[in-house]
Ligand binder design. Sequence first.
Ligand code: HEM
Ligand SMILES: [Cu+2]
Length: 558
Amino acid sequence: MELPKKTFIEKTNKALGVNTEDAKLTLTYFSLAFIVLFIGGFLGFFQGLNRAGLMELPAWFNYYEVLTAHGFLLVVVFTALFLVGYLYSALSHTLGGLLPKVRRMGWIAFGLMVIGTVFVVTTVVLGDSTVLYTFYPPMQASPWFYIGLVILVLGIWTAAFGSFINVAHWRRKNPGKHIPLLAFFALGIFVLLFFGTIGVTAEVLMLIPWAFGWTETINVMLSRTLFWSFGHTLVNVWYLTAISAWYVSVPRIIGGRLFSDTLTRVVIILLVILNIPGGFHHQIVDPGMTEGLKLAHVFMSMTIAFPSFMTAFAMFAVFEQTGRKKGSKGLLGWVTKLPWKDVRFLAPMLAMIAFIPAGAGGIAQNANQLNQVVHNTLWVTGHFHLTVGTSVVLTFFGITYWLIPYLSKRVLTPFMNKLGIIQTIIWTVGMLFMAGGMHWVGLYGAPRRTSYTTYGDSTTALSWEPYMMLLAIGGTLLILGVVLMVYIIYHLMFLAPKGKTEFPIAEPEDNEAPTPKWTERWGLWIVLMLIVISIGYLIPLSDLIINAPPGSPPFKTW
Ligand code: HEM
Ligand SMILES: [Cu+2]
């Protein structure tokens, strides 16, 4: 591949190291992200204790309020703050600094995300919006809950457009060159995030007048469908963010090369084009749409498995090639050549390993009959603590071990590396207990989203109790992991010795064929994506609007 010639800005940046202004932006995003993890983690811990019958939650902050806050803070706010912070630093590093205008947009996005979150969390704590993070109507939250969501989305869009502007500027300055791979990832992620949030924004804009009482009823099916067009996309936004580090940084950390620049770009393009119309696999048991439509979405979800298998293949190929270059012998000798004692490798590696059962569980849930068995049980909660709570979050942790010291111009000391390894193991074992227990007890029918109850001492419900202990044990380990992680982050930001840390980006193999030019045709990818979205959604959405079921008045179930 032709290596892009360094521009003047890039050269000066290299000489000066990290751009201080850009570093401040990302470090601010990360600080808040980990405060949110700290709060959200404690809420999860209380839930785990409650479900094991070990802790009663107070009436002024009951189980369902805690659960709404936990889900929203971790699955929406933590992940969004982390990924915008990370991707902006990736853009800054690979494109030679953020444009001043884009940096300003980054700060505005941050402000909007904070204001939106404050709106949402305040109404939840006040007890006006106990609607869980999926906010399914006809349960009705305070209008300010929905307004908070809109503000949050506006923040995310601001960040997305900032990235588009920066990439477009770079392309104008570097005609004929490939966008650096990590910036290519950022572009794909923000494209998916922008188009994936349009549906849910439309939903929320219908919910607001309903919540104010200006309209009397709401189209429940339409709302759920629009919600999952987003919910399902968000999953792949995290996934793409995580694999950006697997493809680009992990090979460098283990002393290897990129697997293939072309294949990586093809995986990104496929995920962007194919992802959005998969939402109905979250609605397999919903009434009101034909099996054919559900099957179409299930098929689309399965197409996402294809680039995932490519990723698994590519990663293990890199591990093996690197091991062999280092002189490993035999079928599995390369395993011993991997830097297991380097937390920058161990955390994403365990994340990848966790993704094997997590992905398998996801494929299982996709089947109609199996979905009936696990739907609304704790199995599902176990599934996403394994996917996002382990695969994605451990990768995010892995990124922080090099990105924060890179930005704060410090180094990861051997002691902090060791502490990081302990943290990674605690997190993995904690999730093994908690997510494992959830999967297991879910198969016996234990419902998700339900505070402690024995259903009048029914024998079935009592038989769940030993498994619920696994939730409490796992939760205890996890909260230890959260506290350790927050301490490590604080150390890396403010206390670690000053020094130079590398932003790890793997180089392609010397003999790699040049990446084809067509991979850069983003206009075409977006058109193809819109065509695929139309195939998946045009018919069901127009049907749900034209042949709308009777609307529902609001319900407050709490
Ligand atoms: C300290 C670590 C954590 C603990 C102890 C924990 C514990 C729990 C428990 C016990 C539940 C289940 C409640 C129920 O269905 O009744 C739950 C739900 C949930 N958790 Fe966690 N969790 C942790 C970390 C995370 C992380 C890191 C994420 C995502 C990034 C996450 C996302 C969620 C979501 C989305 C729900 C579902 C909320 C709902 O059904 O409305 N959790 N968590
Ligand atoms: Cu999905």
